[in-house]
Write a new protein. Structure first.
Length: 555
């Protein structure tokens, strides 16, 4: 038994979907509280149990600590009517990064400055933002909730971990799961249960260093995710779900968080609290040195105008939210977010890439991975125009990388050859490929090979196949509202692959003419999902450059 443990991307029009809200909606008794569904969707046929508290408020003396069980509160039925997200922040370089992306995807020139935009004010917060944000949503088909899957042990469960660079995002930001649930009924009679979670972000979730860990924990965000996954194990049966058929799915920071969950404790504490994993574009910035971690936390304390962790815990929430916003905004090098998972010696005894190569992970998990064909542009400084600026960009991305390794990357791994012998033809293209592979694409290769090529892997290749472009396909609703931005001929098979894998571990599609999804195998076989069709090909991440990145030579 495990221990007790930005705005939404899709706004559903009331003209398109009909909800029922009444006191007759079902109530689930969680023991520590009773929670009532907030609505019933008559169009799609599912209950929404929204904003369920899964951990105590991580405030005051519980700041920068591991999550703890919620207090018992049975005096009233909780309807989840108050929506909460964790405090948000974004790096100021992203202002230029998004402008560059617009031009890049249209093939237009861009006047790059590589700007850092110093001394901007703190970013305004979404009114839902609060430190007391450890909540999750459970979306369950009525037929499942009414016991339709009881004879099979319950319905399959998908738990979504959102992305956002470890500094932004929330449980509802990626989209409406109605399309996924609907298509899952082709593989499971009554459909899947969908769970989405919040976890602490920025300084709140990812502070580390000696000062912090003397009386707190690093990787609080990872511990939040683990706590939520253990909550699912304990309580999902009350909603009609099968705790022995749980798939964790996530994109970008969420996808890389899944890598960290698979490698938790170096695999030394038995099976993880899920059976399958779908990691989409897993984005992980390699852990800096312990000195960098300490300096980052000291910079946070300086913004708070305090000198100790105890003093930081005594401050108002507004003070910490403002400091987090300013630090991530102003102090993040181009392409980075200041915060993210670190090696902490316990939950994360090493980098996921290294732990995977050493066999220190839960090998019983079934894995499906995907990455986009052009992941790098968002994270690439468009001012890179020659070898010195390329190396300067690398130094910002990997601040502790030895000079000899920087030179190896520049001279041998991604040489300045633009004669057609390399997968790039310009200095900027060289930098884009470096970011794409080192931060994202190679992570899928690490998972594929660690699981002895018994995985299922795909590349999203619908133009423009940049980072996060596939999310609209994962969350395709199929009611016509997103037809202008999504190709149904790709979205429907892609959703089939995702939900069929979640149901029984074998991705397949019910769409006519879609090829069989191959196992990765010794030939590194993947499916390429493009605008012109879905075909088998060889994984572009199966290359010597990714072999280099797994050595973690940047430390």
């Amino acid at each position: 038994m495990p221990s007790l443990y930005t705005l939404s991307a899709v706004l559903v029009s009331l003209l398109q979907i009909s909800f029922v809200r009444s006191t007759s909606l079902p109530i689930v008794d969680l023991g520590y509280q009773r929670h009532q569904a907030i609505s019933y969707d008559t169009t799609w046929g599912f209950y929404n149990f929204s904003n369920i508290r899964y951990a105590a408020p991580p405030t005051g003396n519980l700041r920068f600590r591991a999550p703890t069980a919620p207090a018992i509160n049975r005096t009233a039925v909780d309807t989840g009517s108050v929506n909460r997200i964790c405090p948000q922040s974004f790096p100021y370089w992203a202002i230029e990064g998004i402008e560059f992306l617009v031009n890049y995807t249209q093939g237009l020139a861009f006047n790059a400055t590589g700007m850092t935009i110093p001394n901007l004010p703190a970013q305004p917060q979404d009114p839902r933002a609060t430190e007391d944000c450890l909540f999750l949503d459970v979306i369950v088909p009525k037929a499942v909730f009414d016991g339709g899957d009881a004879t099979s042990g319950g319905a399959p469960v998908v738990v979504w971990i959102h992305g956002g660079g470890y500094t932004q995002g929330h449980k509802q930001a990626s989209g409406d799961p109605a399309g996924l649930i609907s298509r899952s009924k082709s593989f499971s009679a009554n459909g899947i249960i969908y769970v989405s979670i919040n976890y602490r972000l920025g300084a709140f979730g990812w502070s580390s260093g000696a000062t912090l860990t003397a009386d707190g924990v690093a990787n609080a965000g990872l511990l939040d995710q683990r706590f939520a996954l253990e909550w699912v194990q304990m309580y999902i049966a009350l909603f009609g779900g099968n705790p022995d058929n749980v798939t964790v799915m996530g994109e970008s920071a969420g996808g890389a968080s899944i890598m960290s969950q698979i490698t938790a404790y170096g695999g030394s504490k038995g099976p993880v609290p899920f059976n399958r994993a779908i990691a989409q574009s897993p984005a992980l910035w390699p852990t800096p040195s312990s000195t960098v971690e300490e300096n980052t936390f000291q910079a946070f304390l300086q913004l708070l105008n305090v000198s100790t962790l105890a003093q930081a815990r005594a401050l108002s929430s507004d003070a910490l939210i403002t400091a987090n916003s300013l630090q991530v905004g102003d102090q993040s090098a181009y392409g980075t977010f200041t915060y993210g998972p670190v090696v902490d010696g316990t939950f994360a005894p090493g980098l996921p890439a290294i732990l995977l190569s050493q066999g220190k992970f839960d090998s019983t998990v079934s894995v499906m991975v995907g990455h986009n064909a052009d992941e790098g542009p968002l994270f690439t400084n468009p001012a890179v125009s020659d070898t010195p600026s390329y190396i300067a960009y690398l130094q910002g991305m990997f601040p502790t990388m030895p000079t000899a390794t920087l030179n190896q990357i520049s001279n041998s791994i991604y040489p300045a050859l633009f004669d057609g012998s390399q997968p790039y033809t310009s200095q900027l293209g060289r930098a884009i490929l470096t970011a794409s592979e080192s931060l994202i694409a190679c992570n899928t290769f690490f998972l594929d090979t660690a699981f002895k090529n018994k995985t299922f892997s795909y590349v999203f290749d619908v133009p423009p196949p940049i980072h996060a472009q596939d999310i609209a396909y994962t969350y395709y609703v199929g009611d016509g509202s997103d037809a202008s931005t999504v190709l149904p001929a790709v979205a429907q098979p892609m959703q089939d692959f995702l939900v069929s894998f979640a149901v029984n571990g074998t991705p397949r599609s019910v769409v006519s003419g879609v090829p069989t999804f191959p196992a990765y195998g010794k030939t590194a076989a993947i499916l390429d999902l493009s605008a012109t069709g879905i075909v088998q090909k060889t994984d572009p991440a199966a290359n010597s450059r990714c072999v280099f990145w797994q050595t973690a030579a940047f430390q």
